[in-house]
Structures are given as C-alpha cells and as structure tokens.
Design a protein. Structure first.
Length: 246
C-alpha cells in the first residue's frame, strides 16, 4: 500500500449544501484506518472509523456518512452482514469493500450484497481515494437533482441558485461574502457556530487569529437582515453565533 496523496491542485468535492463529505472507514487494522483517515482528511472530508461491525452499524446510523469503506473480514460480524443490515435500515449509502481475498466469488458476493465497488489489499491510497470520489460523484447526482436551492428559516428565505434573499417578502441585497455567511448560518439553524468554524467555512483559510472579520460581517448582516425586524442572528457569549426564527 503506498502513501500517495491526491494532488493538492485537484478540486475538492463537498456535499450539496457545501459541507464536508462524510466517510466511514471500517477495518480492524488500526494502522490501515489511521492511514485512510489521514488520506481522506487531506481531501477535506469528515471521517469516522470503526474496528468492528457492531460499532460500524452504530456510527453509520448516527453519523449518516456519504460513503463507507468496509472491510469484509471483521472480528464480530463480517462486512457483508454489516451492509445487509444497513440496507435493511433503508440506508443507500455507497459502499466500497476492502478484501484481502483476490477471489472472484468474494467480489461477486460483495457486489451482490449491495456493495458498489471493491478494492483488493494491498492497494494504493491514490486509487482508493479516486474510487471513492467516483462513488460520491455518481451517488450525489440524484441528490443534486433533488436538492432544494431555497432555504427558509422563519420569514427569511435564501435561494442558492439565484443568490436572492428575502425577509417577509422584502428583498435584501447582500455582497458575495455576506451571502456565503448567511448561507452557512441558515444551513445550520439553531446551531452555535464558532468564529473559527465560520472563518474556515466562509473564507476557507485561517485569518491568523483575526476573528474580528467575523464580528464585522455579522454586524453587516444584522443591519440588513434584522434591522427594524425581530432579531434572528444572536451572539452566544464566548461560543459564537446562532441563527433562529424570530
């Protein structure tokens, strides 16, 4: 298995709402899960790991991953049984099987059980990441088609396609950065977002601790969104900001 990383110049892929792709890696070899976790975090993905089938089922139900890397040989229940239970739960998450067996019947069993792809150990990280990116792209085509670009919180409405924002039917003119900040707040309603999270998501890089830029843009938004209306954007002292219906 080589430790080849994806090229830094390759465009990142995200979920339809712009948040990180979620991946669950299931294998009882800790060194392998650590390696995969490192490679997929390099892609900007959010990762959870499990070393056995029962833990994998619990995490999958709570975490709701966009893709699962699943070893067939696990210490309790095997990967095929894990997948069967997930499918029985109604989870259609794409699954890439890892197998140490280079046998045709093993591959067929995995794909017949509802798996979407497989990689035989040993493998290169570059190949595995490429396969996962392909699964994500194919699986999210339907999600993208069904994705509603309009987000509504109370009387505040934001359209991600037209970049139009209205509150109580009145149009609100926003700059590109103000729009991104409001979108992040509205895609995470009633959730406290720290300045660090906002910097990372809206500006995509660290301002070297200059979190005052977040305060400035929050004040800009308040003047446009909350001015003369019941307050929706709230400060949680020492924690961050939260948007909720007035």
């Amino acid at each position: 298995m080589t430790e080849t990383h994806a090229s830094a110049s390759r465009p990142k892929i995200t979920r339809a709402d712009g948040s990180p792709v979620r991946a669950l890696v299931v294998d009882d070899e800790a060194t392998l899960t650590d390696l995969l976790q490192m490679a997929l975090r390099y892609e900007g993905w959010e990762i959870r790991t499990a070393g056995d089938g029962q833990t994998a089922l619990r995490i999958a139900r709570e975490f709701k991953p966009d893709v699962i890397v699943l070893d067939i040989m696990l210490p309790d229940i095997d990967g095929l049984a894990v997948l069967q239970r997930l499918r029985a739960d109604g989870q259609e998450t794409p699954v890439l099987f890892l197998t140490a067996k280079d046998a045709l019947d093993d591959r067929i069993a995995g794909l017949t059980a509802g798996g979407d792809d497989y990689v035989t150990k040993p493998f290169s990280l570059e190949e595995l990441v490429a396969r996962l990116r392909g699964l994500i792209r194919r699986s999210t085509l339907t999600l993208t088609d069904a994705f509603d670009p309009e987000v509504s919180i109370g009387d505040l409405v934001l359209n991600e396609d037209s970049h139009e924002v209205h509150r109580g039917g009145d149009p609100i003119e926003l700059t590109a950065t103000e729009f991104e900040l409001l979108r992040f707040l509205m895609r995470n309603p009633r959730r406290v977002l720290s300045k660090a999270q906002i910097l990372d998501r809206v500006w995509s890089y660290d301002f070297g601790g200059r979190s005052s830029v977040v305060e400035i843009y929050i004040s800009y938004l308040r003047k446009k969104v909350d001015a003369g209306r019941p307050q929706m954007i709230h400060t949680v002292r020492g924690a961050g900001y939260i948007l909720k219906a007035a």
